[in-house]
Design a protein around this ligand. Structure first.
Ligand code: UDX
Ligand code: ADP
Length: 457
């Protein structure tokens, strides 16, 4: 007999790993994860999980069938569980009012209605998905209508980053739980605190009112993205002045008030969260008439768009203002290393622009080729997807590093140089390669926020 039964609706990048961690850390609980996508559930039940995350396979192998179960019986599981995490997707709206900015809450609302329809006993509903502040109120209203069952809504935003999800879940900086300050709210909150206290030190489990909790998730992502846009804006200045952005970031970051993390200049940030959450924040500010605050945060997105554009312009200028028929190999397509996820990856934008310039685009990535194929489906021009980086680089005019996979740092670049068309170029969008060494081999090398090293007079 299990001490608790927990359900999670939504078996994606957040729901899957989070529930696997709870199952591993709490063998006395039974955890079930459901999804409307049958194929996804079938993959969670197979040896080929639907997402790649270091350490996840091992955990799922240990707990699946023991106290972690994946199912498509959403309604049955809603009836059977009284603690329900909701981690369905909340993408940016693509239509109607707020298109391109506001969160699309249709999946969220459908889930709320389904819970209300099926519930036969009191439930604690936990918002895991990132949502606009005050969504819990809408949730309470939907759940509360025409029903004598009590639903207590909590906010418990997930701060894990992809690629390090297991480590982040295992050892989080903090767990945040927002609740109503009513007796039922506090009781539900304590129940959730007890779940995390199975492995997270109590002092790292913080509680707040429900609105602060919803808003904190948006703000954390906005601050993180702002750091990257700040350093990327400085990178553009470094390229003009012979300053080196890595040296600047080091000097600045060692001020303990600023800190060293998230100051890596890059081709631009990607991922499913940053743009979406900042646009969501911008939309919220605008809808409360806070236009200056909205403009301020929108600036973070604008710098990021500029950074991607700048990268392609650097390529174009360096390669004599024409890319037509040139073969350009993208090293990496995922939005960051250690994931196969390509949502909002800068590589999508770069590939599209290169195709518009009539370049031949070759894409290689250890985990993301399946998603890359989907992202670029239907795009005009010649695109090749090749697993082996040496084969992908052969006969190329240029390599462009899109993702900071470790494997690209340790390649045999002498061999790659010999196989490429000359003059051979490298554009390092992640500043992971040894510029001096590559320059000495004969490459012309451009990195973000650093003076170019070329063999041209
Ligand atoms: C982010 C937040 O970190 C996480 O807390 C939240 O729960 C979800 O959103 P994620 O999008 O998975 O996580 O990845 P993150 O590590 O934040 O990287 C986002 C993007 O920024 C990536 O494209 C990454 O390559 C880029 N990045 C990150 C930089 O360009 N420079 C940096 O210094 C750090
Ligand atoms: P995230 O990165 O936030 O985890 P994902 O898109 O990876 O987002 O995962 C969200 C999951 O929620 C998807 O697998 C999707 O099929 C699922 N989902 C969406 N709507 C519902 C619903 N009404 N019931 C169950 N699952 C849903």
């Amino acid at each position: 007999m299990f001490a608790k039964k927990i359900l999670c609706i939504g078996a994606g990048y957040v729901g899957g790993p989070t529930m696997a961690m709870i199952a591993m850390r709490c063998p006395h609980y039974k955890i079930t994860v459901v999804d409307i996508n049958d194929e996804k559930i079938a993959r969670w039940n197979s040896n080929e999980l639907p997402i790649y995350e270091p350490g996840l396979d091992e955990i799922v192998r240990e707990v699946r069938g023991r106290n972690l179960f994946f199912s498509t019986d959403i309604e049955g599981e809603i009836r059977a569980n009284d603690i329900i995490f909701v981690s369905v997707n909340t993408p940016t709206k693509t239509y109607g009012a707020g298109a391109g900015m506001a969160a699309d809450l249709q999946y969220w609302e459908k889930t709320a209605r389904q819970i209300r329809r099926c519930a036969q006993s009191n439930k604690v509903i936990i918002e895991k998905s990132t949502l606009p502040v005050r969504t819990a109120l809408a949730m309470e209203r939907i759940l509360g209508a025409e029903n004598n069952i009590h639903f207590e809504v909590l906010s418990n935003p997930e701060f894990l980053a992809e690629g390090s999800a297991i480590e982040d879940l295992q050892n989080p900086d903090r767990v945040l739980i927002g609740s109503r300050d009513t007796p039922t709210g506090v009781a539900a909150r304590n129940e959730l605190v007890d779940i995390f206290a199975n492995w997270v030190p109590r002092e790292r489990i913080i509680t707040s009112n429900i609105w602060s909790s919803e808003l904190s998730k948006l703000v954390a992502n906005a601050f993180l993205a702002q750091r990257i846009s700040s350093i990327n804006a400085i990178a553009s200045l470094c390229e003009k002045t012979e300053a080196d952005v890595a040296e600047v970031a080091r000097a600045v970051g060692l001020d303990s008030r600023i800190g060293t993390k998230f100051l890596n200049a890059s081709v631009g940030f990607g991922g499913s969260c940053f743009k979406k959450d900042i646009m969501n924040l911008v939309y919220l500010c605008r809808s409360y008439g806070l236009n200056e605050a909205a403009d301020y945060w929108e600036g973070v997105i604008k710098i990021n768009e500029c950074q991607k554009e700048r990268f392609v312009l650097t390529m174009l200028r360096a390669m004599f203002n024409t890319l037509a028929d040139k073969r350009i190999c993208l090293f990496g397509f995922a939005f960051k290393a250690n994931t196969g996820d390509t949502r909002e990856s800068p590589a999508i934008y770069i590939a599209r622009k290169l195709l518009e310039e009539q370049a031949v685009v070759v894409i290689t990535d250890p985990k993301a080729l399946e998603n890359a194929r989907r992202d670029l489906a239907g795009m005009k021009g010649e695109i090749l997807f090749i697993d082996d980086p040496y084969e992908a680089a052969a006969a190329s005019d240029a390599l462009a590093v899109m993702t900071e996979w470790d494997l690209y740092k340790d390649l045999d670049f002498e061999r790659i140089f010999d196989s490429m068309t000359k003059p051979a170029f490298i554009f390092d969008g992640r500043n992971i390669l040894d510029r001096k060494k590559l320059f000495d081999m004969g490459f012309n090398i451009y990195a973000v926020g650093k003076p170019p090293m070329t063999h041209f007079a």
